[in-house]
Design a protein around this ligand. Structure first.
Ligand code: IMP
Length: 434
């Protein structure tokens, strides 16, 4: 495939793993960036999460939503890996893979799945619903894909892994399903029927057996030793990380750079650049604290102009101004070396652009991420809007002064360069800054 963009990963990537991570609440537009970045690497690997992710990629004029499959699948020369830190639902994997195969992409030689990735069973999805219902008003607002129950099972050391489908699977499956059914009875959640879903799921298991299911940890180690370059493709975002996010309103995996090491089995010394992706404003889908959330006309405008509806669930995203408290924390935790700002053009029409510089609660002010993010209000610094259409701009020296000032202000506050700026939905609408 031809990619006309100049190389955003211009430094030498041989023998190392660069990470491309959403650093706020996910939905930063990783799909588009990875599409620009991925062709520069020999391997693209997913290290965390599962079908709760939804990377929308437009390729050859067609739109694809990738959930479990890495975005390198569109480039013929690349190997794609679903790493041990991921969870995978065979039925959804089959649907996703078949759609790509129908569009002419030959996946099987280029997609390897870790034997150690955990399986999402149909009953994990029922448990996800049952546990959410039991939480009542404290529900997390999960994607309903069984992510939490599957990672809980992993930590409880009772889960099934992809390698298990290769031998004696039926008995292992039946035993785990029986335990889930007991748990569901204990929760008084019995009004469900997974008969049809289970049939497709088993079909998915048979389909997955046709792929290379392997020790991707050793494979990656050997590839890195040969000098191959790897792009670790993140899912969700830092503020949804099980340790570093707004717990308990988080996902269940390690979405940060640390998760790259555990989720792929690579050493910290192998990590090269860490690209942190954020939007020029903030969004969050699902429940949980969100100090910058706007409930007014401005919030509605951000949602409408930015088309802020979830790729997986279609849910409306909550919107607000950019949040320096969250960004600073995410840059520190991930070791972000380069920032990428997405969807800048969504702010084109606003006369004032606000930036959250601190949180305030009961007269107390903080600029670092508090333990309990509930009940904090955003403190803002205002900048003039550029009120210019950015979407046709191709070089940084064409930026209107007010937009340039916005970028420089963020860089100064975050002590990290913003190297790539997106000014529209198309793959071509990205502007390099360094
Ligand atoms: P789960 O990952 O389905 O358990 O959902 C936990 C929380 O993470 C919910 O608030 C979801 O809305 C959120 N979440 C999970 N995956 C994504 C994603 O890819 N983008 C944005 N939010 C997500």
């Amino acid at each position: 495939m031809e990619h006309s963009n100049s190389n955003p990963a211009a430094t030498d990537t041989r023998g190392r793993v660069d990470a491309l991570l959403g650093i706020v609440f996910g939905d930063e537009g990783k799909g588009k960036v990875v599409d620009v970045f991925a062709p520069r690497y020999d391997v693209v690997a997913r290290f965390a999460g599962g079908p709760n992710a939804g990377h929308t990629i437009i390729f050859d004029g067609k739109k694809f939503v990738l959930r479990s499959i890495p975005s390198g699948i569109f480039s013929e020369h690349q190997l794609n890996i679903i790493g041990n830190g991921c969870v995978i639902a065979p039925d959804l994997f089959m649907a996703e893979a078949r759609e790509l195969e129908a569009a002419g992409y030959d996946l099987r030689p280029r997609l390897h799945i870790s034997t150690r990735a955990h399986l999402i069973l149909p009953t994990h999805r029922v448990l996800d619903r049952a546990l959410e219902a039991a939480k009542g008003k404290n529900a997390v607002g999960t994607t309903g894909k069984g992510i939490g129950p599957t990672y809980s099972e992993k930590a409880a050391r009772t889960g099934l892994r992809v390698g298990d489908i290769l031998e004696g699977f039926e008995a292992k499956y039946a035993a785990l399903k029986a335990r889930h059914e007991q748990q569901l009875r204990d929760l008084h959640y019995t009004d469900y029927d997974i008969t049809a879903e289970e049939r497709t799921w088993m079909e998915g298991v048979a389909y997955m057996r046709q792929f290379t299911i392997t020790d991707t940890v050793t494979e990656l180690g050997e590839l890195l030793a040969q000098g191959k370059s790897v792009l670790a493709e993140g899912a969700q975002g830092t503020m949804l990380d099980i340790d570093h996010g707004t717990y308990p309103y988080v996902s269940s995996s390690s979405t940060t750079t640390g998760g790259v090491c555990t989720g792929l089995g690579v050493a910290p010394q192998a990590i090269g650049d860490v690209y942190g992706i954020f939007k020029a404003y903030s969004t969050r889908v699902g429940a949980g604290p969100f100090p910058v959330e706007l409930f007014d006309e401005t919030g509605e405008q951000l949602c409408q102009i930015g088309h802020e509806y979830g790729a997986v669930t279609g849910r409306r995203r909550r919107c607000g101004w950019v949040d320096l408290v969250a960004l600073r924390y995410a840059i520190m935790v991930n070791g972000v070396t380069k920032l990428i700002m997405m969807k800048s053009d969504v702010l084109d029409t606003f006369s004032t652009i606000r930036v959250c510089v601190a949180y305030e609660r009961n007269g107390q002010r903080t600029t670092t991420m508090p333990f309990d993010t509930e009940g904090w209000a955003a403190v803002y610094h205002d900048l003039p809007g550029w009120q210019t259409d950015l979407t046709h701009i191709t070089t940084a020296d064409e930026f209107p002064p007010a937009f340039d000032a916005y970028i420089r202000y963020l860089e100064q506050e975050l002590h990290t360069p913003i190297t790539l700026v997106s000014v529209g939905p198309d793959r071509e609408q990205v502007v390099m800054r360094t």
